[in-house]
Every structure is written in C-alpha cells, then in structure tokens.
Design a protein around this ligand. Structure first.
Ligand code: NI
Length: 397
C-alpha cells in the first residue's frame, strides 16, 4: 500500500483550515465538564449552518443526526467536549482566556475533527443508514457518557457501533494506533477510613495509632499487584492521598486514604477489590483499629470489539498508509467511552499528535500540552473513512 500520509488532497486536508479555526476557538475558550455552554452553542450553530438535525443531550452535550434516507446501520461518532482545571502556559495567540482552565487533553481537537467529518459527510452524503454525531460533555471525571446514554442517545435508531478517537501524545503526528480488545483500564476509586483511638503522642500505649495502621495498610496494598494478580495480567493500586493528623504531638483518631485501582479484566477487577477490602480491614483489626472501605467501581475498561477494530484499522491504513498504523500499548488511564462500548460494539482509536522538532511533546494534562494540528486532518479522514466503510452497501449488517 502506498503511503498516503503526505497527500494533501484528502477531505481532512481540504478541511484543515476549517478544523484548525474551530480547534483554536475551542482552545481559547475552554470549559470544565458539564458546563460546556459556549462550546455547545458553537457546535449547535455550526450544525444548524450545515443543516444537520440535532438536539441537546446530557445538559451541555449535542447529538446530531445525518440520515441517508436509505435503510441501513447506524454508526455513532463520538467526541468529548470538556477542558481541565489547568492554567495554560503558552505564547500561542489562541491561549486560553479562561484563567485556570485549559484544553490540556485534546478534546478541542476531537470536536474540530468530528465537525469537519460531519461537514464532509453532510456535503457528500452517506451510502445508507445514518450517522449520529455525539458531542459528549464531562469526560474528565464526570462520567458524561452515562448521562448521554440515559438521554437515549444509543436508541431511536439503535446504534450498531460507536467509534471515537483520542489525539495521542505517545504517537507521532501522521500515525494511528488501533487496538483490538482492552485499550484503556477500568477505573475504581477507593477511600479507606482507618479509625483508631486518639491521644497524646508521648503515650502511644494509651492510644490506637491510625497513622501506623495506615502505613502498614499502604505497604500491604502494594502486595496485591505483585503477589495476587497474575504476572501476565496487569493492574495498578495507587494510594494517592493520605489525610492524617493535625500536630506533631497528637495521635489522631482517624486517617483517610484515597486512591485508585486500575485493571483490564473483570475477574482481576473483582480480585483487586476483594483484596483491598480484606487487607485494609484485616490489618486495621489486627492492630486494634478498624477500617471502612468505600469502593466505587467508577468506569469499566474500554474494550474494543475485534470486528469494529478491524474495520477501523483498515480505514486507518487507507488514511495514513500501513506503515503508519503502529502498535501501541493499552493505557492504564480511563475513558468513559467505555460506557458506550459496554452497550454496543465499537472502537476507540489513537491519533498521533507529537512533533519533537517543534517541541510538541508535553504529556496530556500538562500546562504546556500542545498538538501538531496536522492531527486534525488525519482524525477527520479517519472518521470519514470509518463511516464510508461501516455504511458501505457491501458490508453485511
Ligand atoms: Ni482525554
């Protein structure tokens, strides 16, 4: 297959100025999850201009609909909308004007890509069935996808597959990665309250020290992944916050630990949960205290359907050439795209954004996060190519 990555006659390249303008506008005006009011308005206005039917979804989201007028499958294309509470460091003219907030994950690009693809699909038409355009609010910890699903986005007509992408710092611009199976981890949030008996720090024998108990619990929790999870499987247990005490001479009554557990397999997820609870309670009890464990199974793992992933991979090869469709590791990060993929088959793909020559290599969520905007053309072409292939007359439903 020839390398098409340098070609400039693709729809994505022709629409690149359009996409760049959109992305920069979103970037200048970042909005935090579930408060994407201005963003929603921009999207609505544009869909109206393009004569694409749409409605609000999940409060600040937008659900658009392109119909062919012919029977056929329904494909949902999803872009998340929210920014992060990060203060941007940038000299770019489109630097955030909302002090303290920044599109530091690339969701500005996702919206620009989906709008560009929508424009092309609206102008050229789709072979059959329909395309739902899902602009989803609140991906960053708000589980906006749950609200979108609750609002009926996957029904009437029923969505046959859902496809989304993330611009990705680990890949160079011009590269795409499509994984089959698990692609991002399940996210569990854990809060452990360890209760002892407060007292004077000089008379520990009259107290039950929850700080010492916490130290043992934190240490023992690290044995879960190293000693309990199959070495060929994987997981993460991180205690990220320890809330304890007020002074150097007081043993506190209580310590609160907060952290997150990440896994891919359902059985491993169950095992990790059970072990966290057993270890925290068991150690606390053995040392004379007690532990209350609040365990929130926040998001399932993002798992790509092998059939849809194969179609997306072929589309990616057509867009950037076979050699630029590169292998990638699944990420221990979480994504609420997982909630759609729990309901319908689908695929979440990674589109490269890195360009070291231009100093574009800061990680996601960093105050200097930036992208090579060439990724917008690649993303747009990918969305268009996936749609054409998924709705092709030749593809059996
Ligand atoms: Ni993101």
């Amino acid at each position: 297959m020839t390398d098409r990555s340098k070609q400039t006659d693709s729809p994505g390249h022709r629409l690149l100025d359009f996409a760049v303008d959109l992305r920069r506008d979103f970037h200048r005006h970042p909005e935090i999850g579930m408060r994407e009011k201005r963003t929603q308005k921009i999207i609505r206005n544009l869909l109206k201009e393009l004569k694409i039917k749409h409605r609000n979804v999940a409060g600040t989201g937008v659900l658009g609909m392109i119909r062919s007028g012919k029977p056929g499958p329904t494909l949902m294309l999803r872009a998340d909308m929210d920014a992060l509470p990060v203060t941007e460091i940038s000299d770019a003219p489109y630097c955030s004007v909302n002090e303290g907030f920044m599109h530091a994950c690339g969701h500005d690009a996702h919206m620009a890509v989906l709008l560009s693809a929508a424009r092309h699909l609206r102008e050229t038409g789709i072979p059959r069935g329909s395309v739902k355009l899902c602009f989803q609010p609140g991906e960053e910890g708000f589980k906006g996808a749950a609200d979108v699903i609750r609002d009926g986005a996957l029904r009437r007509p029923d969505v046959d597959a859902a496809v989304g992408l993330h611009v990705w710092r680990d890949l160079k611009v011009g590269q795409i990665a499509v994984l089959s199976g698990p692609v991002m981890a399940a996210v569990d949030l854990v809060e452990i309250t360890i209760t002892g008996k407060g007292g004077h720090a000089a008379m520990p024998h009259l107290s039950v020290d929850p700080v010492l108990i916490s130290a043992h619990v934190i240490t023992a929790l690290q044995s879960i992944v190293s000693r309990q999870v199959d070495p060929l499987d994987t997981g993460v247990v991180t205690i990220a916050s320890v809330d304890a005490g007020t002074a150097h001479n007081i043993i506190p009554e209580e310590v609160v630990l907060r952290g997150t557990c990440r896994t891919f397999r359902k059985a491993t997820r169950k095992l990790v949960r059970k072990r966290v609870e057993q270890i925290a309670r068991g150690i606390a009890r053995s040392m004379g205290g007690s532990a209350k464990v609040d365990y929130d199974e926040f998001l399932p793992a993002t798992v790509n359907d092998p059939t849809v992933a194969a179609l997306v991979r072929e589309a990616a090869e057509a867009v950037v050439g076979k050699k630029n469709v590169v292998p990638a590791e699944p990420s221990m990060g979480g994504e609420d795209m997982s909630l759609y993929l729990n309901e319908v088959p689908g695929c979440f793909a990674f589109v490269g954004l890195r360009n070291e020559k231009r100093g574009i290599e800061f990680p996601h969520h960093h105050a200097r996060f930036e992208m090579d905007e060439g990724c917008l053309a690649v993303g747009t072409d990918l969305m268009i190519e996936v749609t054409k292939r998924f709705l092709a007359d030749s593809r059996p439903v």
